[in-house]
Design a binder for this molecule. Structure first.
Ligand SMILES: [Zn+2]
Length: 99
C-alpha cells in the first residue's frame, strides 16, 4: 500500500506539512473504507469532520478508526541483526525472530 507523504488536512488552503501518523478508515459491518491519512495534531479535527460528512451521507456511516502507521513492518526487514534490535526498541514489543 502506498501512503501519501503528508497529512491530508488543509489549513486555510495550505496542505499540512507533517508526515501522517494515522490511517483513517471507516468500518461498516464487514467493509472498511480508507478515508485519508492524518498527523497526530489533526487527528481530532479529522474525526469531527468525518462525523459531519457521515451525517451528510458523503461517506458511509460506521466506526471511525485511527490506525497508527508503522513505517517499518516486521515482514519488510532485510537488514542486519542490528537493524532488528533497533526496530524492536522502537516498537516496544518482543520480536519472533528465530534464533
Ligand atoms: Zn496535519
Amino acid at each position: 500500500m502506498i501512503l501519501p507523504e503528508h497529512c491530508s488536512v488543509k489549513v486555510d488552503g495550505v496542505e499540512c506539512p507533517y508526515p501522517p501518523s494515522f490511517i483513517v478508515s471507516v468500518t461498516t459491518g464487514e467493509n472498511s473504507y480508507m478515508i485519508s491519512v492524518v498527523c497526530l495534531e489533526h487527528r481530532d479535527k479529522v474525526q469531527k469532520r468525518i462525523a459531519m460528512m457521515q451525517q451528510k451521507r458523503e461517506i458511509p456511516a460506521g466506526a471511525i478508526e485511527f490506525q497508527p502507521i508503522q513505517i517499518i513492518g516486521t515482514n519488510c526487514i532485510a537488514g542486519s541483526s542490528e537493524d532488528y534490535v533497533e526496530v524492536e526498541l522502537k516498537r516496544g514489543i518482543e520480536s519472533d525472530r528465530p534464533i
